[in-house]
Design a protein around this ligand. Structure first.
Ligand SMILES: [Zn+2]
Ligand SMILES: [Zn+2]
Ligand SMILES: [Zn+2]
Length: 241
């Protein structure tokens, strides 16, 4: 965190340098980004990818959408409006925050976005990727989207998971889900809640994401987690079936 003197922010362990969360799904030449936060430019530069097919958005908070403008190189390369899958409420927020991109006569260099409805439970099919299934999760009082793709699920900013979504999380190889820190929070699960949720889902492995610096050191959190639960970190690659 900017201007924070805490020992986690000063840690030499690269896994304690936490950019805002995004995930890149890749199969062959098909690539979809889940969320697009303020660090997305550095994150995408590090992947070295030269094309992207679409973005799917979990919710409208800045740390999940404010990097959309930085996708310009992909947009210009494709010479077509860039597909963004988001729920209607989230689309309205994207239009507000990137008003210049949706103006009647946009500046010629403005990015072109194509907003596509994301409906809970309705499969999104992109290129050679397996269907992406949006699931409902609750971010405090805000209903947001999580995703199941084949035997992997990606849920972030979770406080509560409705039963029908839990039912859709059975038989997972990999659960990716958020863990903020160990304090009580109105819209995020804390460490205890995230571990209990992961135990309930019972995926073969769980990767926690979206940790705050208040969560502590990567290494010390992992020491107290069950062996099949680990922390994700920037640049972490997970091979899935
Ligand atoms: Zn700090
Ligand atoms: Zn959020
Ligand atoms: Zn967030």
């Amino acid at each position: 965190m900017i201007a924070c003197p805490c020992e986690v922010c000063a840690s030499p362990d690269l896994r304690d340098k936490r950019f805002r969360c995004s995930a890149l799904l890749e199969n062959g030449n098909s690539r979809v980004l889940i969320d697009c936060g303020p660090d997305v430019r550095q994150q995408l530069l590090q992947t070295g990818i030269d094309d992207l097919d679409a973005v799917v958005i979990t919710h409208e908070h800045n740390d999940h959408i404010i990097g959309l403008d930085d996708l310009r190189p992909f947009i210009f390369k494709r010479k077509a409006a860039f597909p963004i899958y988001a729920e209607p409420r989230v689309q309205e927020e994207i239009k507000r925050r990137f008003a210049y991109a949706f103006a009647k006569n946009p500046y010629p260099g403005a990015p072109k976005f194509e907003l596509i409805d994301l409906n809970i439970g309705e499969e999104i099919k992109i290129g050679s990727l397996p269907p992406i299934i949006p699931l409902r999760v609750m971010h405090g009082s805000l209903p947001i989207a999580g995703f199941r793709v084949s035997s992997t699920a990606y849920l972030t900013d979770v406080k509560h998971v409705p039963d029908e979504s839990k039912a859709a999380l059975q038989g997972l190889d990999t659960l990716v889900t958020s863990l903020l820190h160990h304090h009580e929070h109105h819209s995020h699960m804390n460490e205890k809640e995230s571990v209990a949720f992961a135990k309930e889902v019972n995926a073969k492995q769980t990767k926690f994401i979206h940790m705050s610096h208040l969560a502590g050191f990567h290494e010390s959190i992992e020491e107290r987690l069950p062996p099949n639960m680990r922390l994700g970190y920037d640049g972490h690659v997970i091979e899935v079936k």
